[in-house]
Design a binder for this molecule. Structure first.
Ligand code: ADP
Length: 509
């Protein structure tokens, strides 16, 4: 179409120049014919061009084009000298055009039509005696016709062959492209739906890809970390041997701390590029720790409960005896010493009672409790506790929810946790209490600004008698733990010096 437009425009320019130069103002027959041919060329190009643009061009348009080309070529050949015309090559362009749009069959038909038109033109002009270039001898006519016909058929065969090859190659290429695209989509789907995190990096240890699960586990935005240093995202990962079986890596701090089960593999085909696949083991490890702790506590609890029980009776006798002694004591020293005996026996008895409450917690008497009011009442009551002096106590408006719990036992848990928070926060410290609903559980959050629980303490926190405080019994958290477990819930802790400490009590809704 482009060729045709150029040819038509050239012819138009030539015709106009000739018209301008000739003395008479009248159009000759040849000029009108050449203008008609030019107009046909423009109009057919425009019509088919528009149809193609609208996506409506079809096989019939291709035929119209080819026939139009042959007609235009014939017109131009006729105008430029018939058999002697220097423009007979235009027929070959029509044939090549037909091969491109209609394959070999179209090319052969175009060649046949061209030969027919050219023959008609030459022979017709001869009979009518109006050949623009004058008459030529019959042998020369035969020669011109024969050579042109042969050339056109050969061009048709060759162009048809090339066009077939081109379309076969093009077809194979688009099939490959479609395959590649399908494969790319599949790969993308697999990467984004796999539950494991996946990170790749190049030889310079710059991150090249993070899949959605990876950004979720590491709590980063994939777009922002691509191109950054791998060590910043996964510190210590380069120390792990490539191809080693799964290793564990701890990343992040505080609330973002994650334990990853990770394997590092060199990326095939790219020297030094690495592929890291990982799972978040934080929850699993936490559950394992919980189980181990519960196990340890269970055996320790059974043994110590027996012991405490055995202590209770002799202790009561000792106190009774001390009381009798106190009544009979004559002098002040005897009185003082027996009072010490009674006081210490009371303290021991309280400890034993506390311990037995932890070791053999009474079965919870469950009832539906409005958690928000229970929490508010307990916190309000604790605001006047001497430990709360100089501590800023805040309580976010709790979400209303009803939970099946033993209110007395839960109150005991809250008192233990909130008083611990007061102690940890200390004067000018800050304590926040909140109640939220999440994943089928009610979550009571008790946060303090202290943040002094070390990794080492973390493992012993819920063990009975573990205390770091003067005068502490180390039974507060263990009692809270056993009560909450008896309710089917769990207590989780997070702590670091910058972000403070948070105890989260989860109760099933
Ligand atoms: P006690 O308060 O008698 O020491 P607990 O069982 O309540 O016993 O607490 C055990 C230990 O856990 C405490 O001695 C303290 O070291 C630590 N602990 C408990 N709560 C907190 C807290 N909110 N912040 C820092 N440490 C805490």
């Amino acid at each position: 179409m482009l060729f045709r437009t150029v040819a038509a425009s050239l012819s138009l320019v030539i015709t106009l120049v000739r018209l301008h130069l000739q003395p008479s103002q009248e159009l000759s027959r040849a000029d009108s014919l050449s203008l008609a041919v030019i107009i046909i060329a423009y109009v057919s190009t425009l019509v088919v061009g528009l149809r193609l643009r609208r996506g409506r061009g079809g096989l019939s348009d291709a035929w119209v084009q080819v026939v139009g080309d042959v007609v235009i070529a014939t017109g131009l050949v006729y105008l430029s000298g018939g058999a002697d015309s220097p423009l007979t090559f235009l027929y070959s362009l029509s044939v090549i055009g037909a091969a491109v749009v209609l394959d070999r069959r179209g090319a052969l038909w175009a060649a046949a039509a061209s030969v027919l038109c050219f023959a008609t033109l030459v022979v017709g002009a001869r009979f009518l005696g109006n050949a623009p270039g004058g008459l030529m001898p019959p042998t020369r006519v035969m020669f011109v016709l024969g050579s042109n016909a042969l050339a056109l058929v050969l061009i048709a065969v060759l162009a048809g062959y090339l066009s077939r090859q081109l379309s076969v190659a093009g077809g194979a290429l688009s099939a490959r492209e479609a395959d590649l695209q399908r494969l790319g989509r599949l790969q993308q789907q697999i990467l984004s739906s796999m539950p494991s995190g996946l990170v790749t990096c190049d030889a310079g240890r710059r991150i090249t890809y993070v899949n959605p699960a990876g950004s979720l586990i590491l709590q980063v935005d994939a777009g922002q970390v691509v191109g950054t240093d791998l060590e910043a995202l996964l510190p210590g990962v380069l120390g792990l041997a490539p191809r080693s079986p799964r290793s564990e890596l701890v990343v992040g701090r505080g609330l973002k701390r994650r334990i990853l089960g990770l394997s590092v593999t060199p990326l095939d085909g790219e020297t030094d590029a690495l592929l890291m696949v990982f799972q978040d083991l934080t929850q699993l490890r936490r559950m394992e720790d919980d189980l181990k702790r519960a196990d340890r506590l269970a055996s320790l609890g059974a043994l110590s409960a027996q012991l405490a029980h055995e202590l209770r009776n002799p202790l009561a006798s000792m106190r009774g005896s001390a009381q009798l002694l106190a009544q009979d004591a004559q002098d002040a020293t005897g009185q003082k010493l027996t009072n010490i005996l009674i006081r210490e026996a009371d303290r021991l008895a309280r400890l034993v009672e506390d311990f037995l409450r932890f070791a053999r917690p009474p079965t919870p008497v469950l009832q539906q409790v409005a958690l928000a009011s229970l929490l508010t009442e307990t916190v309000d009551m604790l605001r006047v506790d001497p430990l709360a002096r100089d501590v800023r106590v805040e309580m976010a408006t709790p979400e209303a929810m009803s939970v099946s719990v033993d209110p007395d036992q839960l109150r005991q848990v809250l008192i233990n946790l909130v008083r611990n928070a007061f102690q940890a926060a200390g004067p000018r410290g800050h304590v926040k209490v909140a109640l939220t609903r999440a994943e089928n559980e009610a979550r009571i959050r008790i946060w303090d600004s202290g943040g002094g629980i070390t990794e080492e303490m973390m493992g012993h926190l819920f063990e009975p008698f573990f205390t770091t405080r003067d005068g502490g019994t180390g039974l507060g958290l263990s009692t809270a733990h056993s009560i909450i477990r008896a309710h089917g819930g769990a207590i989780r802790v997070r702590s670091n010096p910058e972000e403070g400490t948070e105890f989260v009590v989860g109760l099933p809704l």
